[in-house]
Every structure is written in C-alpha cells, then in structure tokens.
Design a protein around this ligand. Structure first.
Ligand SMILES: CC(C)(COP(=O)(O)OP(=O)(O)OC[C@H]1O[C@@H](n2cnc3c(N)ncnc32)[C@H](O)[C@@H]1OP(=O)(O)O)[C@@H](O)C(=O)NCCC(=O)NCCS
Length: 239
C-alpha cells in the first residue's frame, strides 16, 4: 500500500489516488507534500483538483473547480472567496469585507473556480427546508454567484451554476431556488432556471417580511418532481 494511502502527515485525502488515476507514480511519497511536492509544481495538466491547494505554485492557465464544504472551509479560503466577491459585487463590498453569509445565511458548500491558483468565480449553495404553499421542500439556494470582471462572457457563471446544481442533485436535493433582479431573468433562464409567480416571505432579525423589492424567484427542478405551487416561506432569512 502507498505510504500516503491514508493521507499521511499533512497529506490531503485523495492525493495518492489522483496520481494513481493518471497512471503516475507519486514522486513525493518520501517527502512531506507541502515541502517539495514536485507534482504540484511541475505538472501543467492539472485541471480538476481533488483537494484545495491554497498555494499558487501551479502555473497552469486553465480553470480548476473545487467544491468546498462550509464546515471545512479554512480562513484562507474564506478570505480568497471574499476577495473575489469584493471585485465581482462593487455594491456589496462593505458586506463582503466581513462575511459571505448574506443576512446570516451560510452556504452548505461553495463551488469555487480558480485560474493559476487564483479564485476567479464562486457560487455558494444554501440548503434550506422551505415551505411552498402547503408543502415542505428542501432547496439548494444559489448565493453569491460572482465571476471576476476579467473572466466574464466565457460561460464561467454557467459552469459554476451547473456544478452547484449537479452537487445538489448528488446530495439528494430536488429543487434549486434563487432570487435575482429582473434584468438577470434571461441569464438564469438560459441556464435552465424558470421564474415562478409566488410571493416570498423571509424572517430576519425578528421580522417577517417580503424578500427585498425588485427581486424575483426562479426555480430549477433537479429530479422528476414538480416544484409545488403556492407562496413561499423561507423559514429564515433570504440568501
Ligand atoms: C452574472 C455573472 C455571474 C455572469 O457571469 P459570466 O461568466 O460572465 O456569464 P456567462 O458568460 O455565463 O453569460 C454571459 C451573459 O450574461 C449576461 N449578463 C451578465 N450580467 C448581466 C446583468 N447584470 N444583466 C443582464 N445580463 C447580464 C451577459 O450579457 C451575457 O449575455 P449573452 O450571452 O446574451 O451575451 C457575472 O456577470 C457577475 O459576476 N456579475 C456581477 C455579480 C452578479 O450580478 N451576480 C448575480 C447575482 S444574482
């Protein structure tokens, strides 16, 4: 068995498997990976990484995507994502200087896109049991979809949405739900979302109120189940 098959000191889970999958011997089996892992520094073919690198030694200019569970996110990853959101949402800078949790709503996981190690796109996914009409439904709520201004117009937003939704489906969640300004309806529609005609109520700081004005609700059905009709109670704050 490979020396790092169970992780090893400082070894990210999946690291030896990554080499094995590509038929490569692990060149760093005898050294701590964070000290002199030659694979990380010299392999320019890395596209999908099975762990979060955090470093920027890889010179590859292609995109890499990762799914980060909020329960495992590091302060460094949090800061990198907030830095991207700071660039993507100029109006939200005050908020993102402190937190990604809009109105206290934390994502369960985030899809993060990196180019040459830098975070260039993000989509957070809030998982919540909401009520639609008389029916309780678990939804994957899209939060903080943001693409760096230099990376726009290349369908990166579409890919982040697609990966966020695929992961929700994998986690057994039947519906996606998002809120956006009407100008973005066409954008989300082109990515498989549809507008629903429902009033949406949220609960925030002891108040029960409609979600902020000008926002519309859009859903995506991730299985055969139809999204139940009726007004929506978010059972918490919006995201
Ligand atoms: C919205 C956003 C994520 C799209 O990312 P992207 O990778 O550039 O998107 P894509 O390449 O997949 O699609 C580009 C399309 O979206 C449209 N689009 C982007 N932002 C738009 C906006 N604010 N209003 C209307 N359309 C918009 C573009 O015009 C383009 O349309 P076209 O294909 O018909 O030319 C990105 O523009 C962004 O980060 N915006 C700022 C943050 C934001 O508003 N996020 C959404 C919160 S609900």
């Amino acid at each position: 068995m490979h020396a790092h098959a169970n992780g090893g000191v400082g070894m990210p889970p999946g690291y030896p498997q990554w080499h094995a999958k590509r038929g490569m011997p692990c060149p760093c089996h005898s050294v701590p990976p964070d000290v002199s892992c030659r694979c990380r520094q010299s392999d320019a073919r890395i596209v999908e990484l099975p762990w979060s690198r955090g470093g920027s030694v890889v010179k590859d200019n292609r995109l890499a995507f990762e799914i980060i569970d909020e329960a495992k996110i590091t302060p460094a990853q949090d800061a990198e994502i907030r830095a991207l959101l700071f660039e993507a949402f100029p109006d939200g800078r005050t908020s993102f200087a402190e937190t990604r949790h809009w109105h206290g709503s934390a994502p369960q996981y985030s899809v993060v896109a990196r180019r040459a190690g830098r975070v260039v796109g993000n989509a957070g996914i809030v998982v919540r049991d909401v009520r639609s009409g008389e029916t309780a439904v678990r939804v994957a709520g899209i939060q903080n979809l943001g693409v760096h201004p230099h990376e726009r117009g290349k369908n990166l937003g579409g890919k982040l949405l697609e990966k966020g939704v695929a992961e929700a489906r994998r986690r057994g969640i039947a519906f996606g739900l998002l809120f956006c300004v009407p100008q973005l309806e066409r954008y989300y529609a082109s990515n498989g979302w549809k507008k629903i005609d429902a009033s949406v109520t949220m609960h925030y700081q002891g108040q029960t109120c409609p979600i902020p004005g000008k926002n519309i609700a859009m859903v995506q059905e991730l299985t055969d189940r139809r999204f139940p009709g009726g007004d929506i109670d978010l059972a918490g704050a919006d995201w």
